[in-house]
Design a protein around this ligand. Structure first.
Ligand code: MN
Length: 314
């Protein structure tokens, strides 16, 4: 499959590289990792990186493309296969579509090729592997992007998705010139204010009967700390990880602009993705999410997770 994808790249003059909206580091890493490597290897092709941007973008500005370019393009969509995760429906007008993703979801995007590996730590890891299998060198910039993507999705090689292959690929990226201590010092240093937000969050964590930890990031909490809902949802969920008594934790965040409650569920070892799927979401076995309409529904999620633990504890 990796070879087929690169053959498509060779056959096409226009390549557009896209990924899910509200990008995390893996989405950026896979996108720019592929972008910089292809740009260097195929200097005569028109290659674009497109999408929305946010504070995690330490790479570069995104491109705008015309309808004409789009309709003649080979379009990569990275780190998602769900149309609802995309910024818009422009993918439907691309000539050829390739999906690369490590999530468990079934695609609802029309595509020509789909590289799927739910055992990969990250989409960045999959892109790195595809490049190396096809002997397309990592440039220094592409290696940095891919390394950051892997680090982002594995929590610095901590989470269970990390494999020996992840480590081998990371080693290759370091050999290609990644300065990981520089990356780490930027990624894992934060402001006094950010630490204070986390402290306030930690103080108001609640527990269900069977020790599901949860936090309600309601409007009051978000306004008090001037937090963006997407940051509060994904950026704070793991403040509840690593607590001995807590096998499952869930973060509820009010997104008033879109009139939904964002739900991020995490688990140390008990699969929880079914609960997310029951509510129209998805993701990984141990890290998944969905969106709800009302706070009442968050109680149902808590009940379902609590029930999982009750069964598990026998
Ligand atoms: Mn990812």
């Amino acid at each position: 499959m990796e070879n087929k994808i690169i053959n498509l790249v060779k056959e096409n003059q226009i390549i557009i590289i896209s990924r899910h909206k509200n990008p995390d580091l893996d989405a950026y890493g896979a996108q720019f990792g592929l972008y910089y490597a292809l740009k260097e290897y195929f200097p005569n092709k028109q290659i674009y990186a497109v999408g929305d941007t946010n504070s995690l973008n330490s790479f570069q500005d995104l491109d705008e493309v015309s309808e004409e370019i789009l309709s003649n393009s080979l379009l990569f969509i990275l780190d998602t296969v769900s149309s609802q995760m995309l910024k818009d429906d422009s993918y439907s007008r691309a000539k050829t579509v390739v999906l690369i993703d490590h999530h468990q979801n079934e695609p609802d995007i029309r595509h020509d090729l789909y590289l799927r590996n739910v055992k990969a730590s990250s989409t960045s890891e999959m892109v790195a592997k595809m490049l190396s299998q096809n002997r397309i060198p990592y440039t220094k910039d592409s290696a940095r992007a891919l390394f950051m993507g892997i680090v982002g999705d594995t929590g610095r090689f901590l989470y269970s998705g990390t494999t020996s292959e992840t480590m081998r690929i990371a080693a290759d990226l370091i050999d290609a010139g990644v300065d990981f201590s520089d990356i780490y010092s930027k990624m894992y240093t934060e402001t006094f204010q950010s630490k204070k937000v986390k402290s306030d969050f930690f103080h108001s964590i609640q527990l269900t009967q069977h020790k599901v930890a949860y936090h309600n990031n309601n409007i009051a909490f978000l306004q008090k700390h001037h937090l963006d809902p997407n940051y509060a949802s994904r950026g704070l969920v793991n403040q509840m990880s690593g607590i001995e008594e807590v096998p499952i934790w869930v973060n509820f965040t009010e997104d008033s602009k879109n009139n939904v409650i964002l739900v991020e569920i995490r688990s140390r070892s008990i699969p929880v993705v079914e609960v997310a799927r029951n509510h129209g979401g998805g993701g990984h076995l141990l890290a998944c999410g969905c969106q709800l309409k009302t706070w009442d529904e968050t109680l149902i999620i808590l009940k379902e997770l609590d029930h999982l633990l009750e069964e598990y504890n026998g």
